[in-house]
Design a protein. Structure first.
Length: 152
């Protein structure tokens, strides 16, 4: 009976830990038309005070999971170049991971340029995988999906 209770408790703690990371970061997604068929897709992370979100690029000794943004294939859209980060990056020793890392506090925008192959209405679909930490702990990695509409 004690073993069953311990297993259930561990399972509940694990589930609650996974649920927490999404509450530390609020994601918003916008699209800005920059020319005839070119758009900026913006993935905006608002990070809860005291927490930080990791950059897509990390130093060689970093053990933190970098933010990873993936786009689903769409035959009507071309994804151009790398996702750019807009925000104040901190490059420092991270006490939670005991390594040097690059991260953002408060807010960061990830910007991807996409181009329509023809003037049609379509959507860009993708996901953001990320990890958040504070000065004492890191929460398990989390993933959020997004869809933004492009008006050709």
């Amino acid at each position: 009976m004690k073993q069953l209770l311990a297993s259930v408790t561990f399972l509940l703690v694990s589930v609650l830990s996974f649920a927490q990371s999404g509450t530390k970061v609020k994601w918003d997604y916008t699209v800005k038309k920059i020319s005839d068929k070119k758009y900026e897709v913006r993935m905006i992370a608002t990070i809860q005070s005291g927490w930080h979100l990791y950059s897509q690029t990390q130093s060689a000794d970093a053990i933190a999971l970098p933010t990873k943004i993936s786009f689903a294939k769409n035959p009507l859209v071309t994804v151009s170049g790398a996702v750019k980060e807009v925000g104040k990056v901190t490059d420092a020793f991270d006490k939670a991971t005991q390594s040097r890392s690059r991260f953002y506090s408060n807010k960061v925008e990830f910007v991807q340029v996409v181009t329509l192959k023809t003037n049609v209405k379509t959507s860009v679909v993708g996901d953001v995988e990320f990890m958040v930490c504070d000065d004492r702990q890191c929460l398990p990695p989390d993933k959020t999906k997004f869809t933004v509409k492009l008006e050709g």
